[in-house]
Design a protein around this ligand. Structure first.
Ligand SMILES: O[C@@H]1[C@@H](O)[C@H](O[C@@H]2CO[C@@H](O[C@@H]3CO[C@@H](O)[C@H](O)[C@H]3O)[C@H](O)[C@H]2O)OC[C@H]1O
Length: 379
């Protein structure tokens, strides 16, 4: 799977796949060129007991992405949370836990070999002050668990882009510095790390500015890795207000604008696309309304249009009030009127001067062709 192609995508989860309106919206590649499984590839789902691997949920999401022609970010291999008790409280010695971790990674990455554009190899290894978080891997193995995990994933699927993923690393500070140190550590060990994911679970009005996010991304890029926004949502106190929505639109624009401004920022993923299935209300009491589509799977136009404008790719008809999840007309109106166009990609995310929120977009400097079927081809 080629690296360096930008995308805009959404997380999803298996229970939602029974909702036809929802699936139609998720499958609209004019909006979403990429999917991340929200839970289906986590350790407690994949290997709930030692040596027993269950890929049913993950496979369902892979199949959907393949059917739709969407890229996959695979999430996540080594995380202290949603980790089954047999690992968390197993009392294993160093060598045994290394072997368990390597076996888990090898089995899962091999199962999905060739299907994952990215793997979030390690998730949330840091405390807020940038020191290592105490978890069973760190406490038993030490910081070397990180390079070991990355090297193991690289051996199982050499083509997948390997990511460290965390929250509160989206602007400069101790935790961002800690994440930069993880990149250096993994490289010092001679293991492969390709990218850093900024989860970007933001709060309306407290979202870091575009320039703060841009300069922070560039600090990572200068270490020789790409970056991605991997779990974007911007929560507010519910019920939301008009002023909160106006600020939220600016916050989304700042975040997407930052990724757009950094050539090595390869894509943006929102953490599901509709408030109907957002994880926020269940975790942050009294908070929600964090996503660009509402609980009825209707676009919030202020936010949707702010995203399109920040992405620099508002296709004709994109400001329609129709709901893309239910309206074929909205999908049709989003198609370009020209039959085809080609040229050099002037800037990341733009093909022949017409960019798209979803679908394929090309790297700066490459050549592309685009036709009426939505998809550009990067040459
Ligand atoms: O009961 C559980 C339920 O709690 C669980 O919720 C998921 C928790 O993880 C969420 O994703 C994480 C959000 O932020 C970052 O910290 C992580 O990188 C993400 O993985 C996910 O959206 C929730 O659905 O789901 C399974 C239920 O059995």
């Amino acid at each position: 799977m080629a690296a360096g192609k930008a995308y805009f995508g959404s997380a999803t989860d298996n229970p939602e796949l029974a909702d036809t309106v929802y699936v139609n919206g998720l499958s609209n590649t004019a909006d979403f060129g990429q999917i991340t499984p929200g839970n289906a590839m986590k350790w407690d789902t994949i290997e709930p007991s030692r040596g027993t691997f269950s890929y049913t949920n993950g496979d369902a999401i892979v199949s959907l992405a393949q059917k739709n022609g969407q890229k996959l970010r695979c999430h996540t291999l080594v995380w202290y949370s949603q980790l089954p008790n047999w690992v968390k409280s197993g009392g294993f010695d160093n060598a045994t836990l290394i072997s368990i971790m390597k076996n888990h990674i090898t089995n899962e990455v091999t199962h999905y070999k060739g299907k994952c554009l990215h793997w979030d190899v390690a998730n949330e290894a840091l405390n807020e002050d940038g020191t290592y978080r105490s978890n069973v891997f760190y406490d038993t193995i030490g910081p070397a668990y990180l390079p070991i995990a990355f090297a193991t994933a690289a051996a199982a699927d050499p083509e997948a882009r390997l990511y460290y993923n965390d929250y509160n690393i989206e602007s400069a500070g101790s935790k961002s510095t800690g994440a930069q140190n993880i990149v250096k550590l993994i490289k010092q060990y001679g293991a492969k790390i390709d990218g850093v994911g900024f989860q970007s679970h933001f709060i309306v009005g407290s979202t870091p500015s575009e320039s703060a996010q841009t300069s922070n991304m560039n600090a990572f890029v200068s270490l020789g890795v790409e970056v991605a926004i991997t779990e974007l949502d911007i929560r507010t106190t519910t019920p939301s207000t008009a002023s909160a929505i106006a600020q939220q639109a600016k916050d989304y624009a700042a975040t997407i604008g930052a990724c757009k401004a950094v050539s090595k920022c390869v894509g943006v993923t929102i953490w599901d696309y509709t408030d109907k299935y957002s994880w926020i209300p269940s975790v942050f009491s009294g908070q929600g309304a964090a996503l660009p589509w509402d609980e009825n799977i209707q676009k919030k136009l202020d936010i949707y249009n702010a995203i399109l404008n920040a992405w620099g790719s508002a296709p004709s008809g994109a400001t329609t009030t129709a709901n893309v999840a239910t309206s074929a007309a909205a999908t049709t109106s989003a198609k370009p009127t020209t039959t085809s166009t080609s040229g050099t990609v002037a800037k990341w995310g733009q093909c022949g001067g017409i960019g798209w929120l979803g679908g394929t977009v090309c790297e700066s400097g490459s050549t592309c062709t685009k036709s009426n079927d939505y998809y550009s081809q990067c040459i």
